[in-house]
Design a protein around this ligand. Sequence first.
Ligand code: PRP
Length: 213
Amino acid sequence: MKPITFALAKGRLADRTADLLESCGVGCGDLRANSRRLIIDDEKNGCRFLLVKPADVPTYVEYGAADLGVAGKDTIMEANYPLYEMLDLGFGKCKLCVAGFPGVREKQVTSAVKRVATKYPNIARRYYRSLGETIEVIKLSGSVELGPLLNLSDEILDIVESGRTLKENGLVVLREVFEISARVVVNRVSLKTKGERINAIIEAMRAKVEGRS
Ligand code: PRP
């Protein structure tokens, strides 16, 4: 029987996801072994885990390299694939926000249109378009808060968890865009071909998340 393959995000969500899977009897203990292995098999339960960059989880699931994956809502919205989002795990909570300098200021940057630095160019374009605003997206991979500090951008669109990074860089939240938490996404074909086993795993996770088991 083919294994059920999970794409798991390395980093912030990894430990909580491993805890949850273990509490459901899916043994991914090796996930914590701090090794460089990228594929971990749990042969007893017929499961396989791929350890991938968070932003790549939706890609592995969309193309069927993984049957299901755990990723933040931000990552899922940015990838914008037609995946089934089957469960909100309720952890990894933070908010996607527009942030910048406090108060009314002179426009930071001398470009004709507002510049927004972000790791999320697709979400940014959709969000500002919904407001009827034209922007120029400055795509960064991290340390996005530097954008306004260096006059690279007028604003940033980024995740805020504790708010510490903004505070320590003299920035504030200007608008909250949406709330984020970890979600389980499933490949559409896998749901047909391996539906029974996938649903059993998801229902076990749901019961844990809802405190029913
Ligand atoms: C994220 C995000 C903010 C920070 C928010 O960055 O891009 O910079 O966390 O968290 P806080 O509100 O608790 O301070 P991350 O730590 O992933 O690093 P990066 O800047 O290298 O992407």
